[in-house]
Design a protein around this ligand. Sequence first.
Ligand code: NAP
Length: 484
Amino acid sequence: MVSRVIPVDPFDLVIFGATGDLARRKILPALFRRFCAGQIPEGSQIIGAARSDLNDAGFRSLVAEAVREFGGGRGCEDGTLEQFLERLSYETIDAKGTDGWKALKARLGASPVKAFYFSVGPSLFGELAERLRRFDLADDQSRVVVEKPFGHDLETARALNMTLAQHFDESQIYRIDHYLGKETVQNLMAVRFGNMLFEPLWNAQYVDHIQITVAETVDVGGRGGYYDRSGAMRDMVQNHLMQLLCLIAMEPPARFEPDSVRDEKLKVIRALDPVDYHHIVRGQYSADEEQPGYRAHVENPRSTTESFVALKCHISNWRWAGTPFYLRTGKKLHTRASEIAVVFKDAPHSIFGPDAGRHSNVLAIRLQPNEGITMQVTIKEPGPGGMRLIDVPLDMSFAEALGPDAEDAPDAYERLIMDVIRGNQTLFMRGDEVEAAWNWTDPIIEGWQRRGEVPKPYETGSDGPEDALMLMHRDGRKWRKIRR
Ligand code: NAP
């Protein structure tokens, strides 16, 4: 397979918050890798902006350090970094002030493709959007990119949407959920809508249940303060897991086009039933002899914020009525892995008698690590002595199937940034989608607060609290073992 680089028009990309963690770890290294791949055409420029008093040279050395630390890729040869750095410049700007905007405008080139990446806290989105218009940097063709968290609840998300809408049309706003940029997440759509094999079985008649797991081994890291105000429900379920749920459950859109896809995703979120509180388990990782627990990490000894959530939900529509969706995510679990498993129903009648046991097909889509697809099929256990059945995996790792090109595929940020430049919003969340997701999430969180619920403790390196296992056991099901 030969990886293709689809040309884009020359562009100006301004990154507000260019000195911050996200810009240094993700955005700038991603741009460098696209440069190495030959996808940043002559005449394009990347302009960093933040309050720090840097000149172009200072910013270039910051970027060089970030690229060295967080990643080049194949094709990034000696000398490429220097060429990339020549495309970069920097303007000192306080989003709340009025200095520097005219100078920033003077830096913009003649290209009609202008994108403004708000890699700053959401409290600055309004100020930035207003100044982009006031100082005439942005026009009706310009794009703005905003990062999560997009609101803390429905009310704040609505307020953010309204603020952005005062200055930009929805078609200009790119809300990033980097999960949507992952190669395997897009493969979800390819598997579903590119294969005749699966779609006829993709419904409540044949699917027993669906499991979505996003497990992390890391703790809250340096984000303790932010995380403790959010928790796993806001930080992971409302956005990443919800997006995965939408892609796995949505109806086939007529075309792979932004609003066709996003309309179908929105219908899924709107069809979600409210979650019964008996069907949700919250957890918080505890300290052990060697490591501090969640409360020490967030420096809040009384914290009741969850670092783990497992829940069962239902989608009330013709396709999915009666099929439960089980979602779980957490920090400090025993392995880092994301997987979606579609567990099919047992065969209606076993011709092999009761000794053959119960067997079901499972289609598992691994998002990370070792992206790939596994189909669990039932075969005869080899050897004499009658008909004993066993389940074996038909395992396809994309790295093995596609060779080195799979490793070289653009990462989520590379893909999403180039989609912004191309003006393709398919993999970005629309405002009404975000609001619908909060509308479903808010009552769950309010219920916890009303009942004064305290999360169940769980051991570092475990699968989460015991109650999460019981959530499945009560239904006669079990979580799939998550393997690396
Ligand atoms: P950060 O490390 O605190 O960086 C914030 C950036 O904003 C810095 O460049 C800072 O530079 C700039 N800034 C702050 N106040 C400013 C102002 N008044 N005017 C202009 N620039 C200002 O934060 P981050 O981790 O990069 O996160 C940025 C955004 O992305 C946040 O909304 C965050 O929630 C989101 N996000 C981050 C990650 C991640 O992995 N880090 C992941 C997903 C989403 P100066 O101090 O020089 O002004």
